[in-house]
Design a binder for this molecule. Structure first.
Ligand SMILES: [Zn+2]
Length: 289
């Protein structure tokens, strides 16, 4: 788990700014350091930002900020003297017995403690997805028609529902993030297809042998790059991958095969050797062909 927070600190009575919006990687810690009793903000890489002096009432470890997988974070009061949350228009509210505050992604909170105001702001979850390689995906629907799937700007999870599979679109910047978002449900996920965050379309199998990609069983948890004419098989579902400009391909009629081939009706299936003369010509939706 990682993430960042922007932290500002000022003096509660004089309003003097001690730290101006410093961005730190999480988890981070706020506390007291050294003979001058300075304040410190320590980031995930053990880098310090120090502020003020004579802060004897601040605990050595005063507050911690711990990131969660969904972009939220937990602010925890570890101090001897207590931390209160500042709610506009109300007196400061002590953090209470649980001594923590859950902050959603994009939230900003102010806390008052030992004469300081500490402001914590979390970034919004990034929806920016790096442009992929433009690979297209279709799946055969129950009506027998090919339907497009967006794996360029979103991730698609194939879930094992016991009596079949179901597809679910997940807004995430990459397949690993999408898998993490499934939480406990990840154990039922056969695979996530989508961008890898570095410009490539990939498939991330949920576990060993959960899926086949072009007849190949893939190890679980390892993203595998997709390419033109790959067929991803997850249970009864077949997802067909094509290059952005591909208009046609042939699907082998051997029921044990069913793989994709170049549109060459005179040739043989590259997987099983079945003559492609009888194969089914498929047109990719949206290519204008
Ligand atoms: Zn074949």
């Amino acid at each position: 788990m990682s993430g960042t927070a922007e932290i500002s600190v000022w003096d509660a009575s004089t309003r003097a700014v001690l730290v101006q919006a410093v961005t730190v990687s999480l988890p981070a810690e706020i506390g007291r350091v050294g003979a001058d009793a300075q304040g410190r903000i320590t980031d995930a890489h053990h880098r310090h930002v120090t502020f003020g002096q004579g802060l004897g009432t601040m605990s050595r470890q005063h507050m911690t900020i711990t990131p969660e997988t969904d972009g939220s974070a937990i602010v925890r009061d570890e101090s001897s003297n207590g931390v209160a949350r500042i709610v506009p228009g109300q007196p400061p509210m002590p953090m209470g017995r649980t001594r923590h505050e859950h902050m959603p992604a994009g939230a900003m909170r102010q806390f008052e403690t030992v004469g300081l105001i500490i402001e914590v702001a979390l970034p919004r979850i990034s929806r920016v997805i790096s442009p992929g390689d433009g690979l297209k995906a279709v799946y055969e629907s129950s009506s027998g028609k090919d339907k497009p799937l967006d794996i360029a700007t979103a991730c698609v999870a194939v879930m094992d529902e016991g009596n079949g599979v179901q597809m679910e679109q997940i807004q995430a910047a990459g397949v690993r993030e999408a898998m993490a978002r499934l939480g406990d449900r990840a154990s039922r996920c056969l695979a996530v297809l989508g961008p890898d965050g570095a410009g490539h379309s990939t498939v991330l199998p949920g576990r060993d042998d959960a899926i086949l990609c072009s007849r190949r069983a893939l190890p679980g948890g390892e993203p595998h790059p997709l390419k033109d004419l790959d067929t991803v098989e997850a249970g009864p579902l077949r997802i067909r991958i094509t290059a952005p400009k591909r208009e046609k391909f042939l699907v082998c009629v051997n029921p044990a095969c069913g793989q994709m081939n170049e549109h060459d009706p005179g040739g043989n299936c590259r997987y099983c050797g079945t003559r492609l003369g009888d194969a089914i010509t498929r047109i990719q939706p949206g290519t204008g062909a």
